[in-house]
Design a protein. Structure first.
Ligand code: GLV
Ligand code: GLV
Length: 326
């Protein structure tokens, strides 16, 4: 009989048809979020799983399972996986990188532009019927062109964000675990490596594009926000938890920074209710990679990973190659 695959979230029908050539499928087309105990139950006896960031694969879950060979997430971020535990349990872990870089960079710009130019705030004003006159200080915001763009986390998405700055004549500075090669810096609109303090102090617009890990938990908190310009905007398209949301709310209230554009939140899909009472924040529900073409490409990548595994081939996006030595 065919190996079994859990498709833990709702999936395109043609993709399911493709997968059914290789696997006996267990589906969740109603797209419920499984509890940890239900996830363990459903994963029992499976060869693998296709999931999203909502599936937490940790020591506790893995210790309840046997025979699982691969977990494949439809996301570039894999902070929901304990890679060390996966390796210990002989489970290959894969993600879906690269195909979302340009789409995610586009969205970082959409959020930055909407935040700097107060697009959603102005639209709410119009929709509420409050527009009675035009005045010289009407919804004045901050320029992007000619300003300094700061990027924290200069991986493939950060570099794609930086490239777009050339059309706006922006200076780009960045901070990252390590400095890019000169060639990569040139390609990223001559991005200049700076320390974190300099990044915070000089950026007119600061975009967060780093992966989440416990080491970067609240790396942007009250102290960091206090170092930013009062005219600055902060954009997060990375992960909740990188920013201390409570501290950000205080900074937005006190005018310590001018505005924020947030696609990700601590504990999403829940979020700090106080954001809703602030005008100087643009809020979106984790949609930075959400274009038709890119979501398809991410799914295809997740599918390719599980099919490679079942064929005994190396999954192209294997995150824990150490597992092969076990
Ligand atoms: C978001 O990345 C999700 O798939 O839950
Ligand atoms: C989405 O958040 C992703 O990690 O791809």
């Amino acid at each position: 009989s065919m190996p079994k695959l859990l498709v833990a979230r709702a999936m395109f029908p043609d993709v399911l048809a493709q997968l059914s050539n290789f696997f006996e499928l267990e589906l969740n087309q109603e797209d419920r979020i499984f509890s940890q105990s239900e996830l363990a139950e459903r994963l029992q006896g499976k060869f693998g799983m296709i999931c999203t960031s909502s599936a937490k694969v940790d020591q506790d879950l893995l210790s309840k399972l046997s025979g699982v060979k691969i977990i494949s997430t439809i996301a570039v971020g894999y902070d929901n996986f304990d890679l060390h535990a996966c390796t210990q349990h002989g489970v290959m872990a894969t993600n879906s990188p690269d195909v979302l870089n340009e789409t995610t960079a586009d969205f970082a710009w959409a959020l930055m532009m909407a935040t700097a130019r107060r697009v959603t705030e102005a639209e709410h004003f119009l929709r509420a019927g409050l527009w009675t006159k035009w005045s010289v200080d009407f919804f004045v915001g901050a320029d992007l062109h000619g300003s300094c763009l700061g990027i924290l986390g200069m991986g493939r998405i950060g570099q794609a964000i930086a490239r777009r700055a050339s059309g706006f004549g922006m200076e780009v500075i960045y901070h990252n675990r390590s400095q890019l090669s000169e060639e990569k810096e040139l390609a990223a609109h001559h991005a200049r490596y700076v320390d974190k303090q300099t990044l915070l102090r000089h950026a007119d617009h600061l975009i967060l594009a780093l992966p989440y890990s416990p080491e970067v938990h609240h790396i942007i908190g009250a102290i960091e926000l206090a170092q930013m310009k009062p005219s600055a905007t902060l954009i997060n398209i990375a992960r909740g938890g990188i920013v201390d949301d409570a501290a950000l709310i205080q900074a937005l209230r006190n005018g310590q920074i001018a505005g924020a554009g947030l696609d990700v939140f601590e504990n999403e899909p829940r979020f700090h209710a106080d954001f809703l009472g602030l005008k100087n924040v643009v809020l979106t529900p984790h949609i930075a990679s959400a274009t038709e073409r890119t979501r398809r490409a991410m799914v295809n990548r997740a599918v390719k990973n599980v099919i490679s595994a079942v064929r005994g081939e190396l999954p192209p996006d294997l995150l824990n190659p150490e597992v092969l030595e076990i």
